[in-house]
Ligand binder design. Sequence first.
Ligand SMILES: *Cc1c(COP(=O)(O)O)cnc(C)c1O
Length: 482
Amino acid sequence: MSDDRTSALTSSAYQQALEVIASVEPRIAEATRQELVDQRGSLKLIASENYASPAVLLTMGTWFSDKYAEGTIGHRFYAGCQNVDTVESVAAEHARELFSAPYAYVQPHSGIDANLVAFWSILAHRVETPALERLGAKNVNELTEEDWEGLRHELGNQRLLGMSLDAGGHLTHGFRPNISGKMFHQQQYGTDPETGLLDYEAVAAKAREFKPLVIVAGYSAYPRRVNFAKMREIADEVGATLMVDMAHFAGLVAGKVFTGDEDPVPHAHVTTTTTHKSLRGPRGGMVLAQEEYAADVDRGCPMVLGGPLSHVMAAKAVALAEARRLEFRTYAQQIADNAQSLAAGFLSRGANLVTGGTDNHLVLLDVSSFGLTGRQAESALLDAGVVTNRNSVPRDPNGAWYTSGIRLGTPALTTRGFGHDEFDAVAELIVHVLQNTQPGTTKDGRPSRASYTLGEGVAAKVKDASAEMLDRHPLYPGLDLA
Ligand SMILES: *Cc1c(COP(=O)(O)O)cnc(C)c1O
């Protein structure tokens, strides 16, 4: 279909949808309309966000939301699931083909849910099944109370080694306040204090000493590629299961920017992801697995999950079909090229980047050289229409709330069509804001970690310069809600 025809149909679909919504709760119709205006008018650099296509968005607004379908394809606990079976089969088929994965599970409602499914399927495979065999039982219901008590303790005392939060890992990789840090006895690996890079020898040494059941690789704020072949070698040496969480960079795997040792799927026993970040689909999660783990992952519902979100699975199928097109490879490569340009733009203007650069879709800007905390930088940038999020840097002196960093990603603006020169201009605007932001002081005269003042006229100037670029690359071109 031509772009013009798609835009015209999308416009009328949303105009009519908003009219129907407004007839029930006008404030929600208005907030929906305003959200588009706001997203169109700001420089979105949040590394975990993107803009899904109208086809993906429209797929979510249907009566598939009304259907219960607990269970698996062709084996449901509810009647009348034939169309959900089609949806789930098509989504899983696209996922397997796109990532060359032996098995794909598309039910998880989010990235965290995908990780919970992965953890419990690994525990089922590595701990529960051998225990049942040892005890001569077919399933947990056949165990005596005493045997069950023993197995529960065994399941609850396994070890996990993951990347620490301040090195760029995710909360679900064993961070103690998260359930992953409570259900597992956890230890964390970090990055080299000098280079900021992953030190595989140090990870291996930790693994040898700790002997984890699970090693988690993957990240939310590490601006570099990971060698998953090496991570698998480490896992094999200590008898651990390798789980890779590619939530952030799945789009770069799908788009064949990360191949060979940098493609996690052939190396990990279990790979998890979100579908809404660089992969540019609906909000949701997914688990890919080697054949050996497939049956356990397939028990995600009822093991961890409730009824699948069939309308979202349908949208996953549409997004994955898009990601299988050749254009998606061009998009993924442009994400990486734009990150290079953004990093070079900062470095040439004297800013500091964690690890000194990037080779994925994100940069982590250390704002302490501007005399600011991440919190102050994030707020000042937002005043100027630049949407980012503050993020810890390794061994952050300002902790996880105020932080010393700003994380910036290229997937969203790349979707709008921003290229090399525009990302250089974005770096210039950000440096301009930070150079013109002064930290505030607290009531008792000490430096504040939250308050700040932004120089006169800076926000207006940056907004004007951004508006020019944003107008050149409209979000959902042709979509008119008037
Ligand atoms: C974003 C993210 C998640 C969580 O995804 P949600 O959909 O927000 O639950 C999990 N792992 C990593 C590495 C992430 O970056």
